[in-house]
Write a protein that binds this ligand. Structure first.
Ligand code: KG4
Ligand code: ZN
Length: 342
C-alpha cells in the first residue's frame, strides 16, 4: 500500500489546496489562499470563498500533480474534506473529487478535516526518518473554528475529551487583533508584534471552566473593555503599546491552552502530546508546549509550519489510512458543515 498515489483536496474554508502523497510521503502540497479576497471584509465571506474555490481548484490540482511529477492517470485514490466547514466551500471540493474519481474509476475517500489536522503528524518527506506519536496520544487542536483536546487511540479512532464552550483559540486571536485595528487574519500579526513586547505588562482574567473544556469569550470581553477604557484616556494607546498589548493577549490565550493540556495529561496519564491546527504555528504556544518536556516529563510533537494551517497533505494522509482500512465513500456522499469525530 506504500506505493499508492493519493490526491488530497481541501476546500473547507479559505484555502483551496491539493496535495499528492505516495503512501505517507509528501510529493507536493499546493495551497492557493484567499486571504486577500476576505481581508477587506474582516473575515471569511462564504459566498466569495465558494467562488474562489471554483476558480482555483483545477489549477491547484494541476500544480499538485505536476509538482509530484505524475499525471492524473497514476492516481490510486482521491481523498477530500467532507467537513466540518463552510457548506458552499466544501461543495466545490466534494463535487470536484466525485467527478474526478468517477472519470478515473478510482476510489473516493471522505475525510474529517479535524482528523486531518491530527494525522498531519504522520506526513513524511522523502528519505525522512521522522519520530511520530505513538498511541494513545493527546492532541490539542487549535484552529480558527475549533479548540479541542482529542485522545487519539489509533489513526482512525479519536475521542474529543475537551472543547471550547464558545470562541475558538484562533477566533480569540483574530478578534483581539481586529480590536487593535489589525487586518484579518490577525493571529499571525499578534504573534509578530508580541515578539517585541512584555507578556506581563497587562493582566487579563483567566476563565474558571471545569474539566478539560475551554472558554475564550470572557477574555475577549475583558480585552474589548480594556482597550476601550485605555483609548478613552489616550487616543494613541494602541499605537504606542501595540507590542505589549499583543504579548499580553497572546500570553493569556496560550496560558489557558497550556493549563488545560496539563490537566488532560494529569487526568489521562498519557505522556505523548501533540498540537495541531493553525494556532499551533504560534511561537509562544510552541515555546510553552516544548517546556512540557521538562515540567510534565512527556514527549511532545509540534508540526512543521506547513502542516499547522489548512493544507491538503493532511487530507491525503488521512485518506491513506482510510485506504488501508478499505473505508471508502460512495458517489451519493454530501458535505457536512458540522461533523463528529470518528
Ligand atoms: O487551521 P486553520 O488554518 O484554519 C481553520 O481550520 O480554522 O487555522 C486558522 C487560524 C486563524 O485564526 C489564524 O489567525 C490562526 O490560525 N493562526 C495563528 C497563527 N497562525 C495562524 N494564531 C496565532 N499565531 C499564529 N502564528
Ligand atoms: Zn483547519
Amino acid at each position: 500500500m506504500k506505493d499508492k498515489f493519493i490526491l488530497g483536496i481541501e476546500s473547507s474554508c479559505d484555502e483551496t489546496a491539493a496535495a499528492v502523497l505516495l503512501g505517507t510521503v509528501e510529493l507536493s502540497n499546493v495551497i492557493a489562499d484567499q486571504k486577500l479576497i476576505h481581508r477587506y471584509y474582516g473575515g471569511v465571506v462564504p459566498e466569495l470563498a465558494s467562488r474562489a474555490h471554483q476558480q482555483k481548484i483545477i489549477p491547484v490540482v494541476e500544480a499538485a500533480l505536476s509538482e509530484a511529477n505524475i499525471t492524473k492517470n497514476d492516481l490510486h485514490a482521491i481523498a477530500f474534506t467532507r467537513g466540518p466547514g463552510l457548506m458552499g466551500a466544501l461543495l466545490v471540493g466534494v463535487s470536484f473529487s466525485k467527478a474526478l474519481s468517477m472519470g478515473l474509476s478510482i476510489p473516493l475517500i471522505d475525510v474529517n478535516h479535524m482528523q486531518g489536522h491530527v494525522l498531519a503528524h504522520f506526513i513524511t518527506k522523502k528519505n525522512e526518518n521522522k519520530k511520530t506519536p505513538s498511541f494513545p496520544f493527546l492532541c490539542l487542536i487549535v484552529s480558527g473554528g475549533h479548540t479541542q483536546i482529542v485522545r487519539v487511540d489509533d489513526y482512525l479512532s479519536m475521542k474529543i475529551i475537551g472543547h471550547t464552550l464558545d470562541d475558538a483559540a484562533g477566533e480569540a486571536f483574530d478578534k483581539s487583533a481586529k480590536m487593535l485595528g489589525l487586518p484579518y487574519p490577525g493571529g499571525p500579526l499578534v504573534d509578530k508584534y508580541a515578539k517585541e513586547g512584555d507578556p506581563k505588562k497587562y493582566k487579563f482574567p483567566t476563565p474558571k471552566i471545569e474539566g478539560l473544556d475551554f472558554s475564550f469569550s470572557g477574555l475577549k470581553t475583558a480585552i474589548l473593555y480594556f482597550i476601550r477604557d485605555q483609548v478613552a484616556r489616550d487616543e494613541h494607546f494602541i499605537r504606542d503599546n501595540i507590542n505589549d498589548i499583543c504579548a499580553s493577549v497572546q500570553n493569556s490565550i496560550v496560558t489557558i491552552l497550556i493549563n488545560k493540556i496539563k490537566a488532560a495529561i494529569a487526568q489521562t496519564g498519557i505522556k505523548e502530546v501533540a498540537i495541531a491546527g493553525g494556532v499551533s504555528a504560534n511561537s509562544e504556544l510552541r515555546k510553552q508546549f516544548l517546556s512540557l518536556i521538562e515540567t510534565e516529563k512527556c514527549t511532545v510533537y509540534i508540526p512543521p509550519f506547513a502542516y499547522c494551517t489548512d493544507n491538503a497533505a493532511m487530507i491525503a494522509v488521512t485518506g491513506y489510512y482510510k485506504l488501508l482500512n478499505n473505508r471508502f465513500a460512495t458517489q451519493d456522499i454530501t458535505p457536512l458543515a458540522r461533523m463528529a469525530m470518528e
